[in-house]
Write a protein that binds this ligand. Structure first.
Ligand SMILES: [Zn+2]
Length: 315
């Protein structure tokens, strides 16, 4: 039976069907080519939209000026020499599974000798998730809270000048609207989308900048009593806060959803990646948010991601 792929806009490819082309470089290449042509190829010199496909060199040649560009040109794969099937395999495994996958796992199933190119490719896919999954603001009722994650790197100094393990400071904001009476589940809130930002510290200025990038002005935000949240009334419509004391575990009652998010993210980092440097935490946070925000269309995350992968606006 001849191989055929559906364009993303008409019908996304079923996960099993997508998996069945991962072994073949030519099928993966034609899959990416079909997505790119669905989006339209634009000449970078004259802006022409008509191109010849030179299959021997895998380049598009402009019918107007003769300028050439490769299939990867301008996309996230632009400077990579890794085969297309590596990229599609990474996208498939990172997108389809509910849990995250590690670089050694992908290295094993690709049977690639070196670890670094696979790790770097996965970081680029995470950056792509961050770039294509962040163009919205959170609306309605929102829970916000900060969390610290132990990371590799030089030790931080406390206020007393003592050394302590390096930590990444992360601000979590999640849509959580009260919904109906209490059910058999502990949380009677309707959970929406999640955003995470890695901050240099939890100062009021840093928190203000992050909140303005994450949350719509007409939202109603619930936080704990941290002093960095004190000016929030000026940035959003409503700010509800309460001092939570952890020994009595009122934190879970006051901010139930955001604490589940914090727990799940920390478990992912500890369980799968073990640790990372502070500068890469935002990439892992973007991956976590991208998959969480698309949890109702989980089987098609790989399709969405490969579609985003062929956008020629990477640089
Ligand atoms: Zn041209």
């Amino acid at each position: 039976m001849p191989f055929s792929v559906f364009t993303w806009r008409k019908k996304a490819m079923e996960p099993l069907k997508l998996m069945s082309i991962l072994h073949s470089e030519s099928k993966c290449k034609s899959y990416f080519k079909q997505i790119r042509e669905g989006k339209g190829v634009t000449c970078r010199r004259c802006g022409g939209l008509e191109h010849y496909w030179k299959s021997d060199r895998s380049v598009y040649e402009c019918k107007g000026c003769g300028s050439r560009q490769s299939l990867r040109s301008g996309t996230v794969m632009g400077n990579s020499k890794l085969p297309y099937r590596y990229w599609l395999t990474a996208i498939y495994h990172m997108g389809t599974g509910k849990k995250a996958v590690s670089a050694p796992y992908l290295q094993r199933i690709l049977r690639h000798n070196r670890y670094e190119p696979i790790w770097y490719m996965m970081q680029k896919v995470r950056m792509l998730m961050g770039k294509s999954g962040s163009g919205f603001l959170l609306q309605g009722g929102i829970e916000s809270d900060g969390a610290s994650l132990y990371v590799q790197g030089t030790k931080d100094l406390t206020r007393d000048g003592k050394e302590q393990r390096a930590k990444a400071k992360i601000l979590f904001s999640v849509e959580a609207e009260p919904a109906g009476p209490r059910t058999k589940y502990k949380i009677n809130k309707k959970i929406g989308k999640l955003k995470m930002a890695v901050l240099a510290n939890f100062s009021a200025k840093e928190v203000e900048n992050a909140i303005k990038c994450q949350i719509s002005k007409d939202a109603s935000v619930t936080t704990d009593g941290h002093k960095s949240f004190h000016g929030m009334e000026e940035w959003v419509r409503e700010h509800k806060w309460d001092v939570v004391s952890y020994p009595e575990s009122t934190a879970f009652k006051h901010l139930p959803v955001v604490h589940i998010m914090i727990g799940n993210f920390k478990n992912m980092m500890r369980g799968i990646y073990h640790s990372c440097k502070k500068c890469y935490v935002q990439n892992y946070a973007d991956e976590f948010c991208y998959k969480f925000n698309r949890r109702y269309s989980q089987p098609y995350i790989a399709n969405t991601l490969s579609n985003d992968c062929m956008s020629n606006t990477w640089y």
